[in-house]
Ligand binder design. Structure first.
Ligand SMILES: Nc1ncnc2c1ncn2[C@@H]1O[C@H](COP(=O)(O)OP(=O)(O)O)[C@@H](O)[C@H]1O
Ligand SMILES: [Mg+2]
Length: 322
């Protein structure tokens, strides 16, 4: 099975108080032809998880434990943790590509968009300039950037078009896995929906695996097959989107779902999860959510085990195994 399997990923960040674990034992499975969501409030460790998969962490952060293995569509298995710089250059862009949140910072302002997309084709697929440009133009059209706009510079395009250019650049080398970190938060709602539909179609068309990172559960419901809920660097619930939305088992997931505008009762203020995410590393011992949890008990002061409920994994003592 094509895909990326991550087990026990742990990332520490250097702070003036010493190293703090910000991603703690995360397991993820991103399968070819499927869309997996990684959700959680801001600061929960989503971006650091994504950057780990690309081995692109900032210098202040490092992976302290875990395994990551990629099985590509050719049937080869790559141990991402074991790659040297040359190996990483072969994997990044070619096997695993990333779509960033803010296209203006990721695109080169001085380069025509067709050339930015074409550059990936020249590097990864060894295409000549002309062939690369041609294929880049086709790819741009496929993601909804008309051929007439292909020679534009990023600043000449709308936010939605720039995000499409990023998607085209990420897809240029036909990667096995695409990681999209909040790819639509900078866009208005209608464009957001179009970009998500496009990503969904491309996953089906190309059989690539998509890891979609978002803090928006509406987005998850719209496009993702399965979902991983992160709280303070730990996975609290993981399962198929349909299951999790139908009956969330973790109190944090329930809180997130209840505070979605589309599920909350109309005419009333949105119920919010009480309290705030504690600052980096200042989590309570045991269950990290217990200070904000309505059903917290004394037993929550001890690290809760992962409970398997059907096909679901839940890190809460109240979850009943089935
Ligand atoms: N380069 C960095 N240096 C120090 N702390 C960081 C850095 N990047 C992220 N962090 C901290 O690590 C935690 C997780 O960050 P991040 O993965 O960006 O969260 P998310 O993407 O879920 O909002 C946050 O508390 C954030 O402040
Ligand atoms: Mg982030």
């Amino acid at each position: 099975m094509t895909g990326l399997r991550v087990q026990g990923l742990t990332v520490a960040i250097e702070t003036h108080r010493g190293p703090v674990t910000v991603v703690d034992g995360v397991d993820l499975d991103v399968q070819g032809g499927r869309c997996s969501a990684l959700v959680g409030e801001s600061g929960s460790g989503k971006t650091l998880t994504a950057l780990s998969l690309m081995r692109l962490l900032p210098t202040s952060a490092h992976i302290t434990a875990g395994t990551m293995s990629l099985r590509d569509r050719g049937g080869d298995t790559v141990d991402i943790m074991g790659l040297d710089d040359a190996g990483l250059r072969r994997v990044r862009g070619r096997r695993i590509a990333m779509i960033f949140q803010e296209p203006m910072t990721a695109l080169n302002p001085l380069m025509r968009v067709v050339d930015q997309v074409g550059e990936g084709l020249e590097i990864h697929l060894n295409l000549r300039r002309r062939a690369a440009r041609q294929r880049a133009t086709t790819l741009l059209e496929r993601v909804g950037v008309p051929a007439a706009r292909a020679t534009a510079y990023p600043h000449e395009l709308s936010g939605g078009q720039r995000q499409r250019v990023m998607i085209a650049a990420a897809l240029a080398a036909d990667p096995d896995i695409v990681i999209a970190d909040e790819p639509t938060t900078a866009l208005d709602v209608t464009v957001q929906a179009q970009v998500l539909v496009l990503l969904r179609e491309l996953v089906a068309e190309r059989g690539m695996g998509l890891l979609l990172i978002t803090h928006d559960l509406g987005v998850v419901a719209q496009v993702c097959d399965d979902v991983t809920v992160l709280y303070a660097g730990r996975v609290v619930e993981q399962g198929s989107t349909v299951d999790v939305f139908k009956s969330p088992h973790h109190p944090y997931t329930r809180g997130l779902l209840a505070s979605m505008p589309s599920t909350a009762p109309r005419g009333k203020p949105l119920p919010a999860i009480r309290g705030v995410v504690p600052p980096l590393g200042r989590w309570p011992a045991g269950c990290r959510f217990r200070d904000r949890c309505d059903v917290a008990a004394d037993a929550c002061a001890v690290d809760p085990p992962v409970v398997i409920v059907g096909e679901r994994r839940v890190r809460c003592i109240h979850a009943v195994p089935r």
